[in-house]
Design a protein around this ligand. Structure first.
Ligand code: PLP
Length: 376
């Protein structure tokens, strides 16, 4: 059987990783400034993380959600404490799209409505409701339908007010920082006004922190820069450092009912162990502070470079926008300078490195990046 060919692949076979470095099958070392789409939070093959997973796999990998899983409660307790949301409840699933799917479902249960407001350039995943609220989704979902969606310009609070005043919207969904959309940061004021108008109209405010959460922005959640508290927060990616897991953080506004939500694999023993290890490491190694510090340094250095249109970001979620397509720059970074980066659209290089990136790693990246720019 061959693979269903949906990913454009580089001819590089990564077989090993450690911290912010990965190695191909020929032994070549690469600096990883992408972390597999913001997934690698505590670094590749962190010894504490590996040890916890090995030990758990030797005990039990999986058992049904209908039997008490103390690991889920341990994870919920730690996540609540570290994120500042200890009064919220946690529902566990396997991915970011699934997290958003359940968030939207909760919002429609709660309000009895099915219209959703989302924003231009938003990306929320590829399952049917998640794709429904994603912008420009034609290529990944030719048929949309679960929710009625109104897409508004990011930042246009008057348009949001007008829409919510109609009284038929169940939720507003917004990313803490748009990732796929090109590292666009919603203004703190806009988020505060959004919070206000959602409260006034009884609309559920969902913050998609799948990419921007888990310490990446230099705070646990990117929306915490605005000082707001959403009704629902969705997480995945960095949560398991590569082990598939997602979560929905649910405010006390919602009352759980048996059978309301459910999943086979969500919150299994191995996934919870991985996620607990991630939080332990983040806390012990102060990775949120590290993301803020190293990210600020990187942004300052990048902003001083000539030939760049704009540098945007917070913490270790950084977009470098050029006037021209960045294909050649990215290829030169990868093949000549052995650095993995990501893209957003055609003109933005996206940096989402592991949160353990040191100032030395960042300086090394800058040297390599400058060499590529100087050669052009
Ligand atoms: N939400 C955001 C903001 C994302 O960036 C992504 C993935 O890139 C998703 C949701 C979907 O996550 P997953 O691919 O785990 O389903």
């Amino acid at each position: 059987m061959k693979l269903f060919d949906v990913y454009p692949l580089f001819d590089i076979n990564i077989v090993r990783g450690r911290g912010c470095r990965v190695y191909d099958d020929k032994g070549t070392e690469y600096l990883d400034l992408y972390g597999g789409h913001a997934v690698i939070s505590v670094g590749h093959t962190h010894p504490y993380y590996l040890e916890k997973i090995r030990r758990q796999a030797g005990e039990l990998s999986f058992y049904s959600n209908s039997v008490v899983n103390k690991l889920q409660s341990e994870l919920a307790e730690k996540l609540g404490r570290l994120s500042g949301y200890d009064d919220y409840s946690l529902f566990l699933i396997n991915s970011g799209a699934e997290a958003n799917e359940n968030a939207l479902k909760l919002a429609s249960f709660h309000t009895g409505k099915k219209k959703v407001v989302s924003f231009s350039h938003a990306f929320h995943g590829r399952t049917s409701a998640a794709v429904n609220v994603t912008d420009n989704a034609k290529i990944i979902a030719p048929i949309n339908g679960t929710f009625e969606v109104v897409r508004l310009a990011l930042g246009d609070i008057d348009a949001v007010r007008r829409e919510l005043a109609k009284g038929d919207v169940c939720a507003v969904i917004i990313e803490g920082i748009q990732g796929v959309g090109g590292i666009q940061i919603p203004a703190d004021d806009f988020l505060r006004q959004l919070r206000e108008v959602c409260t006034e109209t009884g609309t559920v405010l969902i913050l998609d922190e799948v990419q921007s959460g888990y310490g990446r922005s230099g705070k646990f959640f990117a929306h915490q820069y605005a000082g707001i508290r959403p009704d629902i927060i969705t997480v995945a990616k960095g949560m398991g450092n590569g082990f598939p897991i997602g979560g929905v953080l649910i405010s006390p506004l919602f009352t759980p009912v048996y059978g309301m939500l459910g999943t086979t694999f969500g919150g299994n023993h191995l996934a919870c162990t991985a996620a607990i290890a991630v939080l332990d490491i983040m806390e012990k190694e102060r990775l949120i502070e590290n993301a803020a510090r190293v990210g600020a340094w990187l942004m300052e250095q990048l902003k001083a470079l000539p030939g760049i249109k704009e540098v945007r970001g917070r913490g270790l979620m950084i977009g470098i926008e050029f006037e021209q397509p960045i294909t050649d720059i990215r290829r030169a970074l990868l093949f000549d300078e052995k650095v993995f980066t990501g893209v957003a659209g055609t003109q933005v290089i996206r940096l989402l490195p592991p949160l353990v990136l040191t100032l030395d790693d960042a300086a090394e990246f800058m040297e390599r990046f400058k060499r590529v720019l100087n050669r052009k």
